[in-house]
Design a protein around this ligand. Structure first.
Ligand code: FE
Length: 237
């Protein structure tokens, strides 16, 4: 599949947000899975937060086994190879992603490193017995930003369904409100000064064995049965 760059988030918006402070960046990192913060030189495949058969029947053990054990592992291995002997080796994963995103010569490194982060974030965005309407602070922010839980589901599902080809849909905090956005290929909110709260992988390898071309059914299962609101709440500032 195409590993090329190109986000569906408006690039002018990205430039407007480029003045975000280092403190805001650090706040973004606080919500990331701890193992994703490891320095590049010690990069390894982070453990799944559950066993590979736990999300069935919504996502099968076979899908998780291939998606985590082959795709995610390959992104980690490729990143390790690409940073070997370079200045990137000393950097944490998020720093590698941000630095490589500004250098066309490092597009392959950006794609693989961003996919390491995105996949780790995706595994944590799901849990068995998840989904439904959230309570607590995240529930309040969802209602403030979208009007209702159902309007959030509609916006998030629309972003995920309308991403043409491979990519991701995200719930992000843009500082003022929560938004549902989509990114193409390996692109990630980390390079756009948007704080990621949740994500769904809509590359075909995430759902094709279980749902074939029925991406909408996979998205519905994610929202109704798997979505990990505790992880989203933890990622709020
Ligand atoms: Fe994937």
């Amino acid at each position: 599949m195409n590993e090329g760059r190109g986000s569906t988030i408006d690039r002018r918006e990205f430039l407007l947000r480029a003045s975000a402070t280092a403190a805001a960046m650090a706040a973004t990192l606080r919500g990331a899975p701890a193992r994703a913060l490891q320095a590049g030189s010690t990069l390894s495949l982070p453990p799944l937060p559950y066993s590979q058969n736990t999300l069935a029947p919504h996502i099968s053990e076979t899908t998780i086994s291939i998606h985590y054990g082959r795709h995610h592992r390959a992104y980690v291995q490729n990143t390790i190879k690409l940073i070997a002997g370079t200045d990137f080796e000393k950097l944490a994963l998020e720093e590698i992603i941000r630095k490589a995103s500004r250098q066309p010569d490092w597009a392959a490194l950006f794609n693989n490193a961003a996919q390491v982060f995105n996949h780790t974030f995706y595994w944590h965005s799901m849990k068995p017995g998840g989904g439904g309407e959230p309570s607590g602070k995240i529930g309040e922010r969802i209602k403030e930003s979208f009007g209702s839980h159902q309007k959030f589901v509609d916006a998030f599902s629309s972003a995920a369904a309308s991403q043409f080809g491979s990519g991701w849909a995200w719930l992000v905090d843009d500082g003022d409100k929560l938004r549902a956005v989509k990114t193409a290929n390996a692109d990630t909110p980390l390079t756009m000064s948007l704080k990621p709260l949740l994500t769904i992988d809509v590359w075909e390898h995430a759902y094709y064995l279980d749902y074939q071309n029925r991406r909408a059914d996979y998205i519905k299962a994610f929202s109704d049965q798997l979505l990990n609101w505790e992880f989203a709440e933890k990622n709020l500032a």
